[in-house]
Design a protein around this ligand. Structure first.
Ligand SMILES: NC(=O)c1ccc[n+]([C@@H]2O[C@H](COP(=O)([O-])OP(=O)(O)OC[C@H]3O[C@@H](n4cnc5c(N)ncnc54)[C@H](O)[C@@H]3O)[C@@H](O)[C@H]2O)c1
Length: 265
C-alpha cells in the first residue's frame, strides 16, 4: 500500500518541491494539502504538474481532512507559530509527522513532543534534512571532541533574504552539538559595542539574495584555525531527505521523536 502523505505549507518554496518529489516517488501518494493561500485550488495546478484531484484545504479543517483523506504522514514546512498549533492536532488525529519548520522555541518543541508521545504516533523533527549536513554534524562533533577551551568557536550562517527566523535551526543544532562535546557553553548571537570574548560560541546570521543555506564552523586557536563548511546549492537536498523520512517514519515504533540521523542510520 502506498504511503499517503499530506503537506502543510504546500504552496511554499519547500512544500511545492516536496509535492513534486512525492509524485515522482514510487510507493508514495499526495493525500491532502494545506496552506493559507490558494485554498480550494488543485494543488497539482498550483505546483505546476497538472490537476491531481487534491484541493488545497484550510488548515482550520486539519483534523477532519487528515482523517477523511486517510493520511499516514503530515509533512510540515511552514512557520513556527503554525507548526506549534498544527503538529499537536495532527498527532491527535493519529497522523505521523515530519517537521521541517525551523525557529521553534523550546516550549513549542516540548509541547509538540508531548503530543507525539501522548497520541502514540511517530515523528521526525530536524532542522536540516540534507544528507550532507548529517555528515557535517558528525565532522564538527569529532573536531570539538579533540579541541579544548583554548579554541574559540564561531558559527556563521548565510541564507536568502526571505528567511524569517535567525539564526538558522541548523546553526543552533551545530552550536548545541559543539557545546555538548565541549562540556557546556553559552551562546552569543552577533556582537555590538563593548563585548569582550568569553568562552562562548558566537553565532552570526547573514541574509541576502537567493542563498539556499551556508554554514561554517570555525575553531580558532592561537596561530591556527579549522573551518568546516557546508554549502547547499539547491533546496532539492532537503526535499529528498524529507520525503525519505516520510516514507521511513510510517513503519517505525510509535510514540518516538526521531532525528534525521536515525533515518540515515
Ligand atoms: N529542515 C529543513 O531541512 C529545512 C529546509 C528548508 C527550509 N526549512 C524551513 O521550512 C520552513 C518553510 O520554508 P520555505 O522556504 O518553504 O518558506 P515559504 O515561506 O516559502 O513557505 C511557507 C508556506 O507556509 C504557509 N503557511 C504559513 N502559515 C501557515 C499556516 N498557519 N497554515 C498553513 N500554511 C501556512 C505559507 O503560506 C507558505 O506557503 C521555514 O521554517 C524554513 O526555515 C527547513
Amino acid at each position: 500500500m502506498a504511503v499517503r502523505a499530506a503537506l502543510v505549507g504546500a504552496c511554499g518554496r519547500m512544500g511545492t518541491l516536496i509535492i513534486r518529489r512525492i509524485l515522482a516517488t514510487e510507493g508514495m501518494e499526495v493525500s491532502a494539502a494545506f496552506d493559507l493561500v490558494n485554498i480550494g485550488k488543485d494543488i497539482g495546478e498550483v505546483v505546476g504538474v497538472g490537476a491531481l484531484g487534491v484541493p488545497v484545504s484550510d488548515p482550520k479543517n486539519l483534523a477532519e481532512v487528515l482523517k477523511s483523506s486517510k493520511t499516514d504522514v503530515l509533512i510540515d514546512f511552514t512557520v513556527a507559530a503554525a507548526t506549534a498549533v498544527n503538529a499537536p492536532i495532527a498527532a491527535g488525529a493519529g497522523v505521523n509527522l515530519i517537521i521541517g519548520t525551523t525557529g521553534l522555541s523550546a516550549e513549542q518543541k516540548t509541547s509538540i513532543t508531548d503530543a507525539i508521545i501522548r497520541n502514540n504516533v511517530a515523528a521526525v523533527i530536524s532542522s536540516n534534512y540534507s544528507i550532507g549536513v548529517g555528515v557535517f554534524f558528525k565532522l564538527i562533533k569529532n573536531a570539538a571532541s579533540y579541541l579544548g577551551d583554548e579554541y574559540d568557536v564561531e558559527i556563521i550562517e548565510a541564507h536568502h533574504n526571505q528567511k524569517k527566523d535567525a539564526p538558522s535551526g541548523t546553526a543552533k543544532t551545530a552550536a548545541e552539538i559543539i557545546s555538548k562535546e565541549m562540556g557546556g557553553k553559552d551562546f552569543v548571537y552577533g556582537r555590538e559595542g563593548v563585548c569582550p570574548r568569553g568562552k562562548e560560541i558566537g553565532i552570526h546570521a547573514i541574509r541576502g539574495g537567493d542563498i539556499v543555506g551556508d554554514h561554517t564552523v570555525m575553531f580558532i586557536g592561537n596561530s591556527e584555525r579549522i573551518e568546516i563548511r557546508h554549502q547547499a546549492h539547491s533546496r532539492e537536498i532537503f526535499v529528498g531527505g524529507a520525503v525519505m523520512a516520510a516514507k521511513w517514519v510510517v513503519s517505525q515504533k510509535k510514540g518516538v521523536v526521531y532525528e534525521m540521523s536515525d533515518v540515515l542510520a
